[in-house]
Design a protein around this ligand. Structure first.
Ligand code: 5GP
Length: 179
């Protein structure tokens, strides 16, 4: 099998602090951190703490239906955050990885223009008056084929990444659990 990039929990702790440091050193500070669920939830929480930013929201995007199977376009799905909190704000969008980069591309376009390509029946979009003043993106990893260059990235790799939160299967009931 091709070599994988393994990110253990302890190294994730350093990675999120270092990525927050890159944001701070750029001289820009968000008012609000938005996690792209689910992969961006844990990085976004860690980075928001490291930045000292309390305001957080999430956006749900579905793209992959299987390991190598994708929808035609990434879909922004409910529940959508209360988009009035975006109005005029500086927003940092956080995800785990920009691989094809199409998920992040759709989220950034939605925040910058209020529109999304290939909108499906469940797609949600913010009203024009709720668009942020500025949206930037931060990811732990960027892959070379990504269609967008995130504003902030921790590392680049062309390998499959094993993140600590998704490298083990879901827990199951232990044998002696009472029904
Ligand atoms: P993209 O739209 O940039 O192709 O990737 C969308 C999502 O697919 C990422 O946010 C991530 O959750 C998942 N993904 C893409 N590449 C990898 C990878 O190398 N490892 C893992 N664990 N997930 C990945």
């Amino acid at each position: 099998p091709p070599p994988r990039e393994v990110l253990p929990w302890n190294r994730f702790g350093d990675a999120s602090r270092e990525l927050a440091q890159v944001v701070v050193d750029s001289g820009w500070m968000p008012d609000l951190v938005i996690a792209v669920a689910r992969g961006g939830l844990i990085p976004a929480g860690a980075i928001a703490y490291a930045l000292g930013v309390k305001a957080m929201g999430t956006m749900n995007v579905e793209f992959y239906t299987d390991v190598e199977e994708t929808l035609p376009e990434p879909q922004v799905l409910p529940p959508m955050l209360d988009t009035s909190v975006l109005a005029g704000a500086k927003v940092l969008v956080v995800d785990d990885v920009a691989d094809s980069g199409r998920t992040l591309e759709v989220v950034m376009r939605l925040l910058r223009t209020g529109t999304t390509p290939g909108a499906g029946p469940h797609t949600v979009t913010p009203a024009p008056e709720h668009l942020p003043a500025e949206a930037r993106s931060a990811v732990l990893y960027t892959k070379p084929q990504s269609v967008i260059e995130p504003d902030y990235t921790w590392r680049s790799t062309d390998r499959w990444i094993a993140f600590p939160w998704s490298s083990l299967p879901p827990v199951t009931a232990t044998a002696n659990t009472e029904a």
